[in-house]
Design a protein around this ligand. Sequence first.
Ligand code: PGA
Ligand code: ZN
Length: 457
Amino acid sequence: MHAHGYTGHIDPAHQGHYVSHPEGHPVVIDQVTARQILDSRGYPTVAVALHLEDGTTVEASAPAGASTGVFEAVELRDDGPSYSGRSVHKAVTSVTDEISPALVGKHWRTIRDLDTAMRELDGTDNLARLGANAVVAVSIAASRAFAHAAEVPLHVWLARVTDSAERMPVPHFNVLNGGAHAANPLEFQEFMIAPVGAVDEAAAVEAGAEIYHALAARVKARFHTAGLGDEGGFAPDIASPEDAMDLLVQAIQDAGYTPGVDEVAIAIDPAANGFYEREGQYKIAGRLIGRDQLVDYYVKLLDQYPLRSIEDGFAEDDHAGWKLLFDAVGDRTQLVGDDLYVTDMRRIADGARNHYSNAALIKPNQIGTVSATLDAIETARRLGMASMVSHRSGETTDTFIADLVVGTGVGQIKTGAPARGERVAKYNRLLEIADENPGLPYGLAFASAEEFAAIDN
Ligand code: PGA
Ligand code: ZN
């Protein structure tokens, strides 16, 4: 089995046995309240507050995707006249009328126990009855309650329960948007810049912001607009991935940085579900192409650009396509499964066994609980795969994922452009953690792209 340089030591005896703190106080909840708030797209989402016995209140809110995978845990929406069917009053009621009575007054010692109680209360495989938007918000707030009970910051608590070495992540700034996140004709959804070679988190954020501003100047000059996509990246009227990547390389240079897989690298999320037609056929720029041609196209982009990571290069159920791409470039490029795995440890294990990819995207609301999210990270790590923690295209100002990526030490995060409050909140939380913990290492948790040798397990 390949460890890929991970510093996070996983003791098999610890698997699935998350403790709040060996000597810590248990979490006792007096009441769970919930409200409907707006996400960054102006659609409703769920915010919760856990009122603890000691008088403390901890809060959390749920994000929402647009290019969601069909295997994701189910968001509960009202389907009525309000907000075009998207109001979440039913999910709010799940929290106040069902989850709250089930959680109050008990002595919770582990997040797993609490998550399991919600899953059993729900009674479905995909949290469809209570709503993953209700459950994930409570689970995240509960994690804050456990950290509070253990009297440590959230990221430290997450490191303890996963037995991980903490690490500051390489941020992947999504600066050009297409696909389901923008109105332009660009099929690929996300074009990101990753300051892999930065000396620390602050330098990485500075590089990201400076390159974003250099890109803004180019986009304004050429397109006379600087309209944004859902994640804060620009969404100019370009149609070809090469055009987008050329713009990125130029912006990196304009800002005085060096494009390169070990310097400022590019990462893409084509989100191929969005341009999958049928039976191994993908539609790009009006043309239908087959799996082999799509692999050839990715190889061409890899040869031409400082591209370090491709997420969802094939559709969520096109396993044959995933295998072809892995065989072609899995030894030199990070291939990330998002819709393919939906943060589900069983799907990730399946992907490792079948050589679909060498990395998994980690989104807590895809699987619905914090403990299942930690299981996904642990499974990927155990099977020699990398993880990348991720926001959703619809976000709130909740910063849980920043603590999650540091505490689990996975070394990489994507949380949009270095602009817009809901994205910046996460980068600012990373800067805060970095300031408070100057000894934490910065960077990817594996040594080099070459380490992505064939998964051997
Ligand atoms: P989503 O997009 O949040 O709209 O699903 C993000 C992604 O595909 O990574
Ligand atoms: Zn994705």
